[in-house]
Design a protein. Sequence first.
Length: 357
Amino acid sequence: MLADLALVGFGNVGRRFATLLAERGARLRDDEDLTCRIVGISTRRHGAAWDAAGIDAPAAARAVEQGGSLGEGGGADATAALIAGLARSTADLRVVIETTTLDIRAGQPAIDHVRLALSSGCHAVTANKGPAAFAYEELSRAASASNLAFLFEGAVMDGIPIFNLVRETMPAIDVLGFRGVVNATTNHILSALEDGEAFAPALARMQAEGIAEADPSLDVDGWDAAAKTAALANVLMRAGITPHDVRRTGIGEASAAAAVRARAEGRRLRLVASAGRLPDGSIDAVVAPIALAADDLLAGLRGQANALVLSTDLLGQVAICQLEGSLTQTAYALVSDLVTIARQHRARRAAPPRRTP
Ligand code: HSE
């Protein structure tokens, strides 16, 4: 099976995806009968490239990392032309890989990129939290109406399978709520603060590693966690909320005293994201620093570790942990979404036509 891919955005995540795809190309061919070809890339600041025969994407990644450009153009016009070009491909699968950065006001332009992909007959995969956090219902309806996929495994806990876990392995189960630590930057900072370190260098380390958002106030003010909370609530609980509906308290320099005090009391200060249903059926979603009892699973998460505990009706509490995060893990989420699309395509081809009653 041949998949032609168009990359919208070519920042840290997009470039690592390009190299990871090259590293795992043989494995995908052998295990999944899936050959992926990157035919186009569009960026806001580094130009755009198109080659229907396939781009040497790792070389393009190196060029951008050395300050070079992919070619003429870029921006919204290049993205529209890229998706139109992909739509003309005769490959088995046409997939837009969207990795632009999070816009917390309204989730744009990522939502428009996904909309355009789907309305052009292409599958849409994104690592951006915006589409699921702001427009999950609309986009998932549009995708299923056209037998296309809208997937976003990398939006929460990188490549750790949260959405896949529920979709693939928990049929007929209701997720009643969840609580977790879903932002690596703030968890690293809080761990450093409780060890007596200062806020600024701890944040600087996360920026240097490319873990913090391009605008790190999105991490420390709790917006990144709120976007993940909205995405989780929308997908797992059909909440229909946005990050702006999440009651949100971030962390700051003043958290140092609270983190040290919590530790002295045998507790741990963690930025906890949670959601549950109120008696009237509405969703209550919260992001806030909480001094957790030491035996709380979330209290044991140090550094960049994340975890999510799902409350379910049939399995009780189910927890999944990510002990370390990296760009590779986020890039892997995109690869795993591609494999999901390929498997769905194969299953659809193999399925006998539905009998009409
Ligand atoms: N800035 C995010 C974090 C990156 O610190 O968790 C992963 O979404």
